[in-house]
Ligand binder design. Structure first.
Ligand code: ADP
Length: 585
């Protein structure tokens, strides 16, 4: 199998034809000078002509930002294309160029599967405490302000390769991966998952880079913006800072090292600040993971600069990390020999220099997506809504409780199209106790239905069956008290069966059908939980959302904005021995 890997920037297009099985790079090249006159399609046409006879089985596109939606590589269709488009505000320089590359390739190779591999995907599920900025959470949610992280493809590649090299499962290891190139980031990898990373909402945060400042007091950003305007400040932080700004020479560490050797103070400062920042993150991530087993250095600087590696890794014996200076000085890595271990003999933490190969990782991801027939788009995380106790009324119920001919007063639309919360409230009266001010939801239905939690049942002194909405026949009796009268229901009281509303398009993407029972994992919060027995409800009228009650939400300590993931493996309930998830994924 041959995968054409495309990495499109605004002015350049890099390509490689890779065999994912052997890692062989069949062809590689780069076209510069793209712009309005010379389109991405213009650049790609001669490349394809040159590849000619070499069959392209699939195309893999490096896409910088996949937002929160993409946790994995995904086959590109129109829906995926618009989802990537929706992430443009998050990566205004990169995603438009990536999209131009995708469009060109789809036009020129209409019959070849196209797959997107995202820099952000590896980090999307990092723990909430690591991805959250300490700002007003309403503001953060509204504007999508969270840590995303980048270089995920590289961190993933080197960590997997390193684990294989030392013969231990990644799931046993606490790894700090340092990708030090022109762009640079650190990543804490625990049990194979990214648990923190130094780049943030944008690639500016974190380590010192070729031209980006990395971590900086936001007060400086504000002061610069006041003085230079927002665009001026952005230019300073993105393109005139980092090694370039510190040294006043260049973003190329080789030139800086040469100048430093000649006594250039700015060059010496640049090297010292760069190394200091990396050390700081290394220590911080060891603390985050409660220890350290493996440190990986990659990217142009990590792979090639023994001097920088030595500066970063000196005096870390207290962590159990120490390198052999001679071996470090001699270490050379390349595609054929991608790993050199530089740990000192007695070191408990193993330190490896690794040649990253993002193109090979992308090619492998593409092969996995295309090969196992994952032809539908990667389903997005399922937003979770917590339903507090509530009441649905029919016409009769409305007449009795609020007066003949009275109408509902909508106060707030609900996420499911056409549904709304009303100003009207009633009291639920049970044999043991009563619950006041219970919200009525509209519109009116064919029959009354009262939905409570298990905790509510104890307050009321009733025993409600777990039912799907609308399935009230034979459910528990209950008394409702309204401003104009009381209504006795012979049945209608239920404890809602946790469920997912899906539009048919979502159901198709998840490979499930109406009535299926599935498992949903809620992770990233303080108490990860897998909900079993979740029923899927599919209708043109539904928007994707999982509904659980307050007891269930409390058990998982959910916070607003929580989302769940459909477990991909078919699950067999041990006690009943029946498969509960018929997912094609
Ligand atoms: P990018 O992030 O653009 O892919 P690279 O990973 O190629 O960048 O890294 C580029 C950086 O690596 C530059 O700062 C360059 O100076 C540095 N570099 C490459 N080779 C060496 C070397 N032999 N010694 C020191 N630095 C090097």
């Amino acid at each position: 199998m041959k995968i054409l890997v495309l990495n499109t920037g605004s002015s350049s297009l890099k390509y490689q034809l890779v065999d994912p099985a052997t890692g062989q790079r069949v062809r590689a090249g780069q076209v510069e000078g793209l712009g309005s006159a010379h389109s991405h399609a213009d650049a790609l046409r001669p490349i394809l002509a040159e590849l000619g006879s070499a069959r392209v089985d699939a195309v893999g596109h490096r896409v910088v930002h996949g937002g929160e939606q993409f946790v994995d590589a995904v086959r590109i269709d129109d829906a995926v294309l618009s989802a990537i488009e929706a992430c443009v505000p998050l990566a205004p320089l990169h995603n438009p160029a990536n999209l131009a590359g995708i469009r060109a390739a789809r036009t020129l190779l209409p019959d070849v599967p196209q797959v997107a591999v995202f820099d952000t995907a590896f980090h999307v599920r990092m723990p909430r405490r690591a991805r959250t900025y300490a700002i007003d959470q309403g503001l953060a949610a509204q504007r999508g302000l969270r840590r995303f992280g980048f270089h995920g493809t590289s961190h993933r590649f080197v960590s997997a390769l390193a684990a294989a090299h030392i013969g231990r499962p990644l799931s046993d290891l606490r790894v700090v991966s340092l990708h030090l190139g022109n762009g640079a980031s650190a990543c804490a990898i625990e049990h194979g998952h990214s648990v923190d990373t130094s780049m943030g909402l944008t690639p500016i945060e974190g380590l010192v880079m070729g031209t980006r400042a990395g971590d900086i007091d936001p007060g400086i950003v504000l002061a610069l913006a006041r003085e230079l305007g927002v665009d001026g400040a952005e230019k300073v932080l993105n393109t005139q800072s980092g090694l370039t700004g510190l040294s006043g020479i260049s973003n190329d560490l080789r030139a800086i090292q040469a100048a430093a050797a000649g006594g250039h103070d700015g060059a010496r400062l640049a090297i010292a600040v760069f190394a200091h920042r990396v050390r700081k993150y290394l220590g911080a991530y060891a603390a985050v993971m409660g220890g350290l087993d493996l440190v990986l250095l990659t990217g142009g600087i990590g792979e090639n600069s023994a001097e920088m590696r030595r500066r970063i890794l000196q005096r870390l014996d207290f962590l159990g990390l120490s390198i052999d200076d001679d071996i470090n000085g001699d270490a050379r890595v390349n595609d054929e020999h991608p790993i050199a271990e530089i740990s000192a003999e007695h070191a408990r933490v193993r330190t490896l220099v690794i040649a990253t190969n993002e193109e090979l990782q992308i090619a492998r991801d593409v092969a996995a997506v295309v090969g196992d027939g994952k032809s539908v788009r990667q389903p997005r995380p399922i937003p979770i809504a917590v339903s507090a106790r509530h009441v649905h009324l029919d016409r009769t119920g409305m007449d009795v409780l609020f007066g003949t001919g009275s109408e509902l007063t909508p106060i707030k639309p609900l996420s499911q199209p056409g549904q709304f919360a009303c100003a009207e409230q009633v009291t639920i009266v049970g044999p043991r106790g009563r619950i006041e001010r219970v919200r009525v939801l509209g519109p009116l239905r064919k029959s009354c239905q009262v939905e409570v939690s298990r905790t509510d049942e104890f307050v009321l002194g009733v025993d409600a069956p777990i039912r799907q909405s609308g399935h009230t026949k034979g459910s528990a009796p209950i008394l409702l008290d309204g401003p104009r009268g009381a209504l006795r229901l012979d049945d209608g009281l239920i404890c809602a069966w946790r469920h997912i509303h899906m539009h048919p398009v979502d159901a198709e993407a998840y490979g499930v059908a109406d009535g299926d029972e599935v498992e949903v994992a809620v992770t990233g919060g303080p108490r990860d939980l897998v909900f079993g027995d979740v029923i899927v409800r599919v209708s043109e009228q539904f928007a994707l959302e999982m509904h659980i009650d307050t007891d269930e939400a409390n058990a998982a300590e959910l916070s607003p904005g929580a989302a769940g993931a459909l477990l991909s493996e078919p699950y067999t309930r041990p006690e009943r021995g029946e498969a509960t998830l018929r997912s094609k994924r």
